[in-house]
Ligand binder design. Structure first.
Ligand code: NAI
Ligand code: MG
Length: 490
């Protein structure tokens, strides 16, 4: 593992730090600000306006007005789609700047950030294409009636997003919301507000009328909660921790607003001895260490068939030792810092717990350098299902290797979790692969691959990994109300 190199040649400019309401840049009602950090150094990048309930209320009023009167309310569906196409084009035009800003604020490698920006554009384009294809039906009802259904927007939508994929999560939520004619109040994660603000600026350029997209920076307990309890917000879409979702579920109970959740995971990645071992090693490495493990689908429970386990772990460990951990803005870097001191502490806490509970630390386990929030790629072998490191979402570069002997055994153990976001299997046996795909309780299953996510495919969780599906046609369900209209004939 190389030491973190913190000198960088390019440092993106930070111009936008206010709240974005009704296409205007405003200070928070009470004038407060909060600091946003560079996780590679721990240093403050900028002071950002801190929105609270009064600001959320202003944004909701703007969103409501845009929904009900004015150009957006009257806009043809195809023209709403064009807004998303325009925004996608602008994201690609400004890809280098957006990616650098994302890396600066969230610590992901510049290579990954550039990949994310392409994903953002793909997602916005995909939903731009849906805008004029959200159709109702004409059910063949009994009697002399004509019945048809209309798919109408849910209304003003509060979107609360996390720090691990700041713009990708924004795009996954903004795209379908606009395609279906909703207006949005976006609450970026407090750790990573900067790129959402730049997108807001690009949205003006893309032709978004005032009030259609509003961005309120701030903390979950204040700004986020204000959205959840607001009587004029119709829906909350959330991505983040399962415990936060439970708080939101309670906070939204009084208004019975619609909610959708995309939460964490402890995804089982199962490797059989009949797999192509080198491909399985590479894939399992990517499964856990992509974005330093800060991924809801991270393959953090690595089940390896006992007869190949030692060889497999040795190959994985060699790759872990060779990983270049360092400056996220350096194109040669393979792993940047974790996002925050809080995440660093959480991850190192789990490493300690793993050691204490008797798992074997094969490689890693330490912080890298004394500055910034870097963690070594870490492998624990000989992990048991009941250990904390095998049960809890660590959200860092820490994998638990769990040996298994038989197919029945591993299929059963794979489901022994409250989560159900993703799962993977590595084998050349198609029976085994499809049986697993059918059996495993997860919203996404990968066979001989990992982290393949596309704008066209439904994404979400079984069990406590969430409610609803984002991406694909499925997300349109989250952003429309179906209205049945019946007309008496003759
Ligand atoms: P979090 O769930 O607290 O934060 C996610 C978003 O929710 C942020 O925008 C935050 O401001 C907001 N939020 C927090 N409390 C809220 C409340 N009471 N009402 C409304 N909104 C609220 O996640 P956090 O604390 O940043 O990370 C903790 C852990 O959560 C991570 O270690 C990881 O395990 C998990 N996580 C999972 C993610 C995923 O993609 N599924 C993304 C981020 C975190
Ligand atoms: Mg939190």
């Amino acid at each position: 593992m190389s030491q973190a190199v913190l000198e960088r040649s390019t440092s993106p400019q930070v111009r936008l730090t206010k709240l974005f309401i009704n296409n205007e840049w405003v200070d928070s009602a009470q004038g407060q600000t909060f600091e946003t950090y560079n996780p590679a150094t721990g240093e403050v990048i900028a002071e950002v306006a801190e929105g609270t309930a009064a600001d959320v209320d202003r944004a909701v009023k703007a969103a409501r007005a845009a929904l009900e009167k004015g150009t957006y309310a009257k806009m043809d569906a195809a023209d709403r789609g064009q807004l998303l196409f325009n925004l996608a084009d602008l994201v690609l035009k400004n890809k280098a700047e957006l990616a650098a800003l994302e890396s600066l604020n969230c610590g992901k490698t510049i290579t990954d950030s550039l990949g994310d920006m392409q994903g953002v554009a793909n997602s916005l384009r995909y939903y731009g294409g849906w805008a004029d294809k959200v159709e109702g039906r004409t059910p063949p009802v009994r009697g002399s009636f004509l019945t048809y259904t209309l798919r109408q927007p849910v209304g003003v939508v509060g979107q609360i997003i996390p720090w691990n994929f700041p713009l990708a999560m924004l795009a996954w939520k903004l795209g379908p919301a606009i395609a279906c004619g909703n207006t949005v109040v976006m609450k970026p994660a407090e750790q990573t507000p900067l790129t959402a603000l730049r997108i807001a600026e690009l949205a003006i350029e893309a032709g978004f009328p005032p009030g259609v997209l509003n961005v309120i920076n701030g903390f979950g307990e204040t700004a986020g909660n204000a959205l959840c309890v607001h009587t004029d917000v119709d829906k909350i879409a959330f991505t983040g921790h399962v415990d936060t979702a439970k708080i939101i579920q309670k906070a939204t109970a009084d208004t019975l607003k619609r909610t959708s959740y995309e939460l964490g995971g402890k995804s089982p990645n199962v490797v059989f001895a009949d797999a192509n071992i080198d491909e399985a090693v590479d894939g399992s490495f990517h499964a856990i260490y992509f974005h330093g493990g800060q991924c809801c689908t991270a393959g953090s429970r690595l089940f390896v068939e006992e007869k190949i386990k030692d060889e497999f772990v040795a190959k994985l460990a060699a790759k872990a030792k060779a990983r270049r951990v360092g400056d996220p803005l350096d194109p040669n870097t393979q792993q940047g810092p974790q996002v925050s001191q809080e995440q660093l502490d959480k991850i190192l806490g789990y490493v300690d717990l793993g050691r204490k509970q008797g798992a074997k630390l094969v490689v890693g386990g330490e912080r890298v350098g004394g500055k910034g929030y870097f963690v070594e790629p870490t492998i624990f072998d000989g992990v048991r299902d009941d250990m904390a490191i095998a049960k809890d979402e660590i959200f860092g570069p820490v994998v638990s290797v769990l040996p298994f002997k038989s197919q029945d055994e591993v299929f059963e153990r794979a489901n022994r979790t409250n989560y159900g976001l993703a799962a993977a299997i590595w084998t050349k046996d198609i029976d085994k692969a499809h049986l697993y795909a059918k059996h495993v309780k997860a919203g996404t299953v990968w066979v001989n691959c990992y982290h393949v996510v596309d704008a066209t495919t439904p994404f979400g969780g079984f069990k406590q990994s969430g409610h609803g599906r984002e991406n694909g046609e499925a997300a349109l369900e989250l952003y429309t109300e179906t209205k049945t209209v019946t007309v008496k004939l003759g």
